[in-house]
Design a protein around this ligand. Structure first.
Ligand SMILES: [Zn+2]
Length: 633
């Protein structure tokens, strides 16, 4: 360990390891298989980088994302540590330079994607070099129980065909028992040393707010919290709307989602990292590999789909150890939506089969004698024809593709063209008489797609064509024409959908796997429901979910603070009075505004609190306004 400490001092400048780091490093140096379950921010990369510098040869690090690889390489190079990465983002020349360095034995760490490990030429090269050990980062990607499953991860262990004695170290920031079991199983770990860090986040106040007025409560929370934050939503459209709403209310926000092009995303991310914008409103696409230590709040405006996902996202708050907030906002309808979008619409084998035969019927195809037929398809028309829920139909087609019965020429998620309107609303009146067709089309677009004035919005020419009975080709012509004149931005769907029936063997569909995936979803979602309804310390709930027991409640979550207690704690009442003072010091306030004074409380509790203050004669009414009693001033 002396050697490890001197290396830590030399390259990183620290004098000692954190307790878990030392254990893990010792195990790796003793050539044991290891699994480290360490929460984000617990210094896990050090645990495999230090042994790599001590052991002879090159350590291969497997990592799921190019962004993560690049980030690590940059950091290591800045510390003068000989490390490189190999991934599809590099051109041939860059790759060759890395491979030359690897061959010459100069590298201590080589980061690769799991796909690379399966490449024949890469394996041939590996045979010729001295490998110290293999480190698997984000190892939860190996498990279908995780929220970020990568099938290629399950093939990592076949490297043992080349190096039967190689030892493997796995790292993850989740600690779910099922995932741990999968890591051990699929990496074929031999009696591994398991180190588990504590997942307690003692500086984060966890809270859940059920409210029918999410927007209002959100605005209040943003005023209450200081510093920078993230608001998570499920849909791309949602992020655009919310960003627009909050910006119009004077908040310094921008949205981020996977549908934006990469330079745009990079730009938003950078502005947020540099604190030029305070709050980023994002789909779950944002966050992995992002290192910002002073995030003060993470708000979920839509419900997450599992506790792992939630804790990972919430854990992006407060990495600097300072007080931070993680709040979930929801209403009854959100519960229904979560259930519907995930469980009710999860297709069973029968739905998939029905969809398959309906596709054949719709396209008038006889596949009995042929093995491969391709045909153009209007998916919108088909969804209506299929007779099952549209969203479910969409998922059924996805499953048919996933199991290799059909192939679509473009990914089904790219079903839409995109359009943004640059003209002002009164422009329509101007073209009403000069270009009647365009008038009708744009009127319909505006009616159907609220976001078109704000952002590139998914639209369907087919749908519009059906409603106003104008040929699809003509609609596209109008769009192209107005695009040339810069009245709109328009990205036409690359080509028509083409569907190929490549295999008719239903045995390809693994029903056990379908059932498993549905069960997993049900499990995950019911844990979220349990979390929302939990009446004990929230940290306790989450940690118990990960198999960790804490003796004392966290003392800072909404429940520990007595927010739901019928007898409010003195502190809470004082805080409440204080907030009312702040609110009505300068102006009179509607009763409805006061009903959300304490954002951690729902409307009824707020009103109860108000009643208490009336009883104590701290407040009185005037018309439909509430004002402070004169005696109080
Ligand atoms: Zn608590």
């Amino acid at each position: 360990m002396k050697r490890a400490i001197s290396i830590l001092k030399k390259f990183w400048g620290y004098d000692k390891f954190l307790p878990n780091q030392e254990t893990i490093i010792r195990d790796i140096l003793e050539k044991k298989d290891t699994v480290a379950l360490i929460p984000t921010g617990g210094g896990k990369s050090l645990c495999y980088q230090v042994p790599a510098l001590i052991l002879e040869g090159t350590c291969i690090v497997i990592s799921p994302l190019i962004a993560l690889i690049d980030d690590q390489i940059q950091r290591l190079k800045s510390l003068d540590i000989p490390a490189e990465g190999l991934h599809s983002g590099l051109d041939k020349i860059q790759q060759n330079i890395v491979l030359k360095k690897l061959e010459s034995g100069r590298l201590k760490l080589l980061y690769i994607s799991p796909e690379k490990l399966q490449s024949k030429s890469f394996r041939n090269l590996l045979r010729t070099i001295n490998l110290s050990y293999i480190s698997v980062d984000e190892a939860h990607c190996i498990s279908q129980w995780g929220y970020d499953f990568r099938p290629q991860y399950q093939k990592i262990a076949n490297i043992k065909e080349l190096f039967p004695d190689i030892h493997i170290s796995a790292f993850t920031a989740t600690a779910n028992k099922k995932i741990l079991d999968d890591i051990i199983k699929y990496l074929e770990l031999n009696n591994p040393a398991i180190t588990r860090g504590s997942f307690l986040k003692g500086n984060i106040t966890f809270a859940v707010i059920e409210t029918e007025k999410k927007l209002k409560v959100l605005s209040l929370l943003l005023k209450e919290f200081s510093g920078s934050g993230i608001i998570y939503m499920r849909s791309r459209k949602g992020t655009v709307f919310l960003a627009d709403y909050l910006a119009r209310n004077g908040e310094n926000v921008m949205y981020y989602h996977a549908g934006m092009d990469s330079s745009e995303r990079h730009n938003v991310q950078l502005k947020w990292l540099n604190n030029e914008i305070r709050t980023i409103i994002s789909t779950t696409a944002f966050g992995m590999g992002i290192d910002k230590s002073d995030v003060r709040f993470v708000l979920h405006f839509d419900l997450p789909t599992s506790i792992e996902e939630y804790y990972q996202e919430a854990g992006r708050a407060g990495r600097d150890g300072k007080k931070s907030n993680a709040v979930v906002l929801y209403n009854k309808n959100d519960l229904n939506v979560l259930h519907k979008n995930n469980i009710d619409t999860f297709p069973g084998l029968r739905d998939i089969r029905t969809t398959y035969y309906n596709l054949l019927k719709y396209l008038d195809i006889d596949i009995s004698n042929k093995s491969n037929i391709s045909k153009k398809i209007d998916l919108y028309g088909f969804f209506n024809f299929n007779g099952i829920d549209r969203f479910k139909s969409y998922k059924c087609i996805g499953e048919l593709e996933r199991y290799g019965l059909i192939i679509l020429n473009i990914p089904i998620r790219n079903i839409h063209s995109e359009l943004k309107i640059n003209f002002e609303a009164d422009f329509l009146e101007k073209i009403k008489n000069t270009d009647k067709t365009a008038y009708l089309i744009f009127k319909e677009v505006i009616l159907n797609y609220e976001a078109v004035f704000i952002t590139l919005t998914s639209i369907s020419e087919e749908k519009i064509s059906k409603i106003i009975n104008i040929d699809k080709k003509e609609i596209i012509e109008v769009f192209e024409n107005y695009k040339k004149k810069k009245y709109i931005d328009y990205k036409r769907q690359k080509s028509d959908f083409n569907i190929s029936f490549v295999n008719k063997d239903f045995a390809l569909i693994n029903e056990d796997e379908l059932i498993f995936r549905k069960e997993r979803l049900e499990n995950n979602i019911s844990s979220i429901f349990d979390y929302l309804a939990y009446s004990n310390c929230r940290q306790k709930y989450i940690l118990a979910y990960f198999g960790e027991k804490i003796k004392k409640p966290c003392n800072i979550c909404d429940i520990c603070q007595g927010v739901y207690d019928a007898n409010y704690s003195r502190n809470r009442l004082e805080l409440f009075t204080q907030k009312i003072d702040d609110l009505i010091f300068d102006y009179n306030t509607d009763i409805d505004d006061l009903a959300y004074v304490d954002t951690f409380l729902n409307r009824n509790k707020n009103i109860q609190m108000l009643k208490l203050l009336f009883k104590k004669e701290k407040l009185k009414t005037m018309g439909n306004k509430i004002i402070k009693s004169k005696s109080d001033e």
